[in-house]
Design a protein around this ligand. Structure first.
Ligand code: DGY
Length: 329
């Protein structure tokens, strides 16, 4: 009998068919968000699983699913995966880097611009039927071109945002990251390295693109927001929990900063209720990578990884983007 794999969310059927060429496939076509226990139940007898950025793959789950050999995610962020626990059990795990970089950077830039130029706030005003006259200061926001763009986290997506800012909008780009880029990359991006506090003080627009970890939990909270300019905007396209959403809602309410753009939230899909009461925030439901071609590319990459990790297909034994390649040795 063929090996069995699980696809735990609804995924493009033609991409799932690529798995059917090699394995017995159980899908979740009704796209139910399974609890941990339900996921464990569906994983019984499965050697591989296609996941997204939310299913927890950790020691307890591995203990309950001893046949599992590979868990391949279509997300680039992998804070839902305990990589050392997977390595210890020789379970290959993979994420989906690169394929979503430009699409996600486009969205980060769009969200920053929407916050700076008050696009969502003014659209809501118009839809409420409150637009009765043009006015000089009506929804006057802040400029993006020529402003200082501060990027927290300078991986692939941060660098793609830096290029947009420097080359497209004549922005001064400053960044803060765990490790500094080479001088050549800084020169190519036109980006200057600064400390986190200087970045918060100097930026007109701060964009967060750091991965979530215990170290980045509430990286931006009340003390950090207090450093920012009252005219500044804050955009988070990374992960919920990096920004203290309650503190941000207060800062927006008190006009401590001008506006924010949020695509990710602590405890999503639930939102901190205070965020829904402040007008100067643009809220989107974790869609930064959601262009159709990019979501297909992400799903295809997860499938490439799963097929190869389970010893099938043209790349058998050589998944393209493993997180723990030592498992393959
Ligand atoms: C990612 O790929 O990490 C996106 O945030 C979707 O989860």
């Amino acid at each position: 009998m063929n090996k069995a794999v699980l696809v735990c969310r609804a995924v493009f059927p033609d991409i799932v068919d690529r798995l059917r060429e090699h394995f017995e496939v159980e899908t979740n076509e009704s796209d139910v968000v399974w609890s941990r226990d339900e996921l464990i139940a569906h994983l019984q007898g499965k050697v591989g699983v296609f996941i997204t950025g939310t299913q927890p793959i950790d020691a307890a789950l591995l203990e309950a699913c001893p046949e599992l050999k590979a868990a391949c995610s279509m997300a680039v962020g992998y804070n839902n995966i305990d990589v050392p626990a997977c390595t210890a059990r020789r379970v290959l795990v993979s994420n989906a880097p690169d394929v979503l970089t430009e699409t996600t950077a486009d969205f980060g830039f769009a969200l920053m611009m929407a916050a700076a130029r008050r696009i969502a706030e003014s659209e809501h005003f118009l839809r409420r039927g409150e637009w009765t006259k043009w006015s000089v200061e009506g929804f006057a926001g802040s400029d993006v071109h020529g402003a200082t763009l501060g990027i927290l986290g300078m991986g692939r997506i941060g660098q793609a945002i830096a290029r947009r800012g420097a080359l497209g909008f004549g922005m001064q780009v400053i960044y803060h990251n765990r490790s500094r880029l080479t001088a050549a990359t800084e020169a190519e991006l036109g980006a200057r390295y600064v400390g986190k506090e200087d970045l918060l003080r100097e930026s007109d627009h701060v964009v967060i693109v750091v991965p979530y970890s215990v170290a980045s939990h509430h990286l931006v909270g009340a003390p950090e927001l207090a450093l920012m300019k009252p005219t500044a905007t804050l955009t988070n396209i990374a992960r919920g929990g990096i920004v203290d959403d309650a503190a941000l809602a207060r800062a927006l309410r008190d006009k401590r900063i001008a506006a924010a753009g949020l695509d990710v939230f602590e405890g999503e899909p639930a939102l901190h209720p205070a965020l829904l009461t402040v007008p100067n925030v643009v809220l989107t439901p974790h869609i930064a990578s959601a262009s159709l071609p990019t979501r297909r590319a992400m799903a295809n990459l997860a499938v490439d990884n799963l097929i190869a990790a389970l010893g099938a297909g043209p790349n058998k034994g050589r998944p393209p983007t493993p997180l723990n390649p030592e498992v393959l040795a």
